[in-house]
Design a protein around this ligand. Structure first.
Ligand code: UD1
Length: 416
């Protein structure tokens, strides 16, 4: 199994280009099942999760071609299978996003139930609440879940929590339902807006995305589209924190600055300099890094996907910081690993209390999930000695060319 060896790094310097967003690419790939004509997707990040989603599409009968780096052509005219195989579902939870498109396109869909995962139980009740409201019958049997409907009819759906996945799945199911669907307390993440923009290019009629109330007027069918995936705000945030933690000076290119406002704000609060340009952001670290408090929230709040990376940063800030995780109930798996590297962290329910230390030390550590892995890389950049990170397949699920991008900025990360 691959490992990363991360050497203590000099302050990072230079430019790095951010890839397309994983969390946009996955639902948009799933949505390509809805169209009957060619779809061309650009700026698709080359990641393990994207590979798995392409395998899911192929298993359902879609034609998937890789045209160039980051360019994928999909044709779903002849999809003929409504069941997602267990092996693919178990590799990636987001495979569940094909349920909405299959339900509306074929009138039926079946998949194995997504299991729990390291960051919490992650139920799917809200996805199913939406499917039921549109008229589907749900059937759970022997670990499989099926949704069936002769006809979907629009309705008003209130989400008890603004779940990203549920908003996406329900929106995709509703695009060809009869009449009007309204999703209230919908998620407002930029990836939802990107998905809706893509669906509208295919001929859907979706309004209100980016607000908490999304209106979808059903259409008879969807065609093709060409679409570029938005930049990955979490990858951008990770490199911004890398600049801060190494007291470096990094220009992060291909970003939409409005998507990373909470990260910019918290870095400034901690004493870093952040300069914004149209599609770039420059982060200059400080010798006098101050402890700041973080509370994760649905967008536009501070992203849970940046919590672990900020924890690595706060572990070497001056003073005490409190990090509260409100989105997932068990997303502190990285704490024990950071403590092995000398961080002073105490957990109290959903809060982590950090007492900043002067330095971290290298240790053998394990990437327990994708963003936890990124946090350990950041910690490794400033730890004395060589940090050995195992289980880096988690990192490969969500970061394109991570070690090359870091090398470009002067860091030494080796894959062994
Ligand atoms: C997506 C992102 C993930 C990010 C998360 C929150 C993708 C592929 N993944 O995950 O990187 O961390 O948003 O920003 O886009 N919940 C329920 N019932 C449901 C669905 C969700 O209770 O039916 C709960 C979950 O347990 C969790 C919270 O809602 O506590 C947020 O989950 P959700 O927004 O659905 O996250 P994902 O779409 O799985």
């Amino acid at each position: 199994m691959n490992k990363f060896l991360v050497e203590k790094s000099p302050p990072l310097r230079g430019n790095v280009r951010i890839s397309g967003a994983k969390n946009s690419a996955l639902p948009i790939l799933a949505a390509s099942l809805l169209g009957t004509e060619d779809i061309i997707l650009e700026d698709v990040p080359q990641l393990k999760d994207v590979e798995v989603m392409c395998e899911v599409l192929s298993s359902l009968g879609a034609k998937v071609e890789f045209l160039d780096k980051g360019v994928i052509k999909i044709n779903s005219k002849d999809i003929n299978n409504y069941e997602t195989p267990y092996e693919l579902m178990s590799k990636m939870r987001a495979s569940f996003l094909v349920m909405g498109p299959l339900l509306t396109r074929l009138g039926k869909t079946k998949t194995s139930l997504p299991g729990g995962c390291a960051i919490g139980t992650r139920p799917i009740d809200l996805h199913l609440k939406g499917f039921r409201a549109l008229g589907a019958e749900i059937d759970v049997d022997h670990g499989y879940i099926g949704a069936y409907a002769d006809k979907l009819v629009g309705d008003r759906i209130y989400l008890d929590f603004p779940s990203v996945g549920a908003t996406e799945n329900i929106m995709m199911a509703a695009v060809m339902a009869e009449g009007e669907t309204i999703i209230d307390n919908a998620a407002m993440e930029p990836e939802i807006v990107d998905l809706a923009n893509f669906l509208n290019k295919m001929g859907a009629q979706i309004k209100g995305v980016g607000t908490s109330s999304i209106k979808i007027i059903g259409v008879k069918e969807l065609g093709g589209a060409t679409h570029s995936i938005i930049p990955d705000r979490i990858e951008a945030g990770t490199f911004m924190v890398a600049a801060a933690i190494t007291k470096g000076d990094v220009i992060v290119e291909n970003v939409i600055t409005s998507h990373i406002k909470p990260v910019i704000a918290k870095l400034r609060e901690s004493g870093c300099e952040v300069w914004e340009e149209e599609d770039k952001v420059r982060v200059i670290g400080t010798e006098d890094l101050k402890a700041v408090d973080i509370k994760t929230l649905p967008y536009p709040g501070f992203p849970t996907d940046m919590q672990a990376q900020f924890m690595a940063l706060m572990s070497v800030a001056k003073g005490t910081s409190v990090i509260i995780e409100t989105v997932f109930e068990n997303r502190f798996m990285h704490v024990d690993e950071l403590k092995r590297m000398g961080a002073d962290i105490k957990i109290d329910g959903r809060s982590a209390i950090l007492q900043g230390t002067d330095s971290l030390m290298s240790a053998p550590v394990k990437a327990t999930d994708l963003r936890a892995g990124a946090a350990l890389v950041l910690a490794g950049l400033i730890a004395d000695g060589v940090t050995e990170i195992s289980d880096i397949y988690h990192i490969d699920r969500g970061y394109e060319d991570m070690e090359q991008k870091f090398a470009q900025l002067g860091a030494k990360i080796y894959r062994v």
